[in-house]
Design a binder for this molecule. Structure first.
Ligand SMILES: *[C@@H]1O[C@H](CO)[C@@H](O)[C@H](O)[C@H]1NC(C)=O
Ligand SMILES: *[C@@H]1O[C@H](CO)[C@@H](O)[C@H](O)[C@H]1NC(C)=O
Length: 224
């Protein structure tokens, strides 16, 4: 009889102990929405995954944003470069013609256009108006023909920035029938500067369809 009673009490004791250790004595926790791992073991794995997914999404979002930013800046730079392209190259004339000698220095008006990107060279005035501050490559070549052997030759010209000579070419001979000279320079120019080729008083230049006299310039890089 004693043995039977013991047998019946044992499951109750074991059952009680199991209930206590799992749920705590008589209390149940409300599920925690921030971190369900604390209260809801079954959704813990899902929560970690969701957190990782959110972090990944945030990382992708910020990467995407900075890439879009970089792209916009690069596109802007390319647009700036394209809009500020400046290059001109012109020759004096297409048919035989001499200019000079004249009493006073005169601006040479080059009328045969090879290229005029940016339209900064004006073929009515011979003036290259600097559209944008920067470092420019400028070059000019002058040619003259004395007309006959033994006649005197005088080719002299200067390249001017706002009327002030930057560089000059000078060839005055009696024993030479033809002469040609070239100057190339790199200069820092400001927007609005006027670049001209000035034929000095008493000198003359001649040209024909061979384009012996040229004037060229291009923007190497902008500095504004
Ligand atoms: C990521 O960007 C999308 C679209 O702009 C937005 O709906 C989402 O909330 C962002 N996610 C994060 C984690 O910032
Ligand atoms: C060239 O200069 C003349 C005289 O200043 C001016 O009338 C003309 O509009 C200019 N041409 C261009 C293309 O700027």
């Amino acid at each position: 009889m004693k043995g039977v009673v013991l047998f019946c009490v044992l499951p109750l004791v074991l059952g009680q102990e199991r209930t206590f250790s799992w749920d705590g004595p008589g209390q149940t926790l409300a599920p925690d929405p921030i971190n369900p791992c604390l209260t809801d073991q079954s959704s813990c794995g899902c929560c970690v995954m969701q957190k990782k997914k959110w972090e990944l999404e945030q990382h992708l979002n910020s990467s995407m944003n900075s890439l879009e930013d970089l792209l916009a800046r690069a596109q802007n730079t390319v647009r700036n470069i394209r809009d500020s392209r400046v290059a001109f190259s012109v020759a004096l004339t297409d048919k035989r013609r001499c200019i000079g000698p004249l009493r006073a220095a005169t601006n040479v008006v080059y009328q045969s256009i090879f290229i005029n990107i940016g339209e900064a060279y004006n073929s009515s005035t011979g003036v290259f108006t600097v559209p944008r501050s920067g470092v420019y490559n400028l070059a000019f070549t002058v040619f003259s023909d004395a007309g006959s052997p033994g006649a005197s030759l005088a080719v002299c010209a200067s390249i001017r920035r706002n009327g002030v000579a930057l560089a000059a070419l000078r060839e005055i001979y009696e024993q030479d029938q033809e002469d040609q000279a070239t100057a190339v320079l790199l200069v820092q120019l400001s927007a609005g500067d006027r670049i001209t080729i000035s034929l000095q008083a008493g000198c003359w230049i001649c040209d024909d369809q061979n384009h012996y006299n040229t004037f060229s310039g291009f923007l190497l890089y902008a500095t504004e």
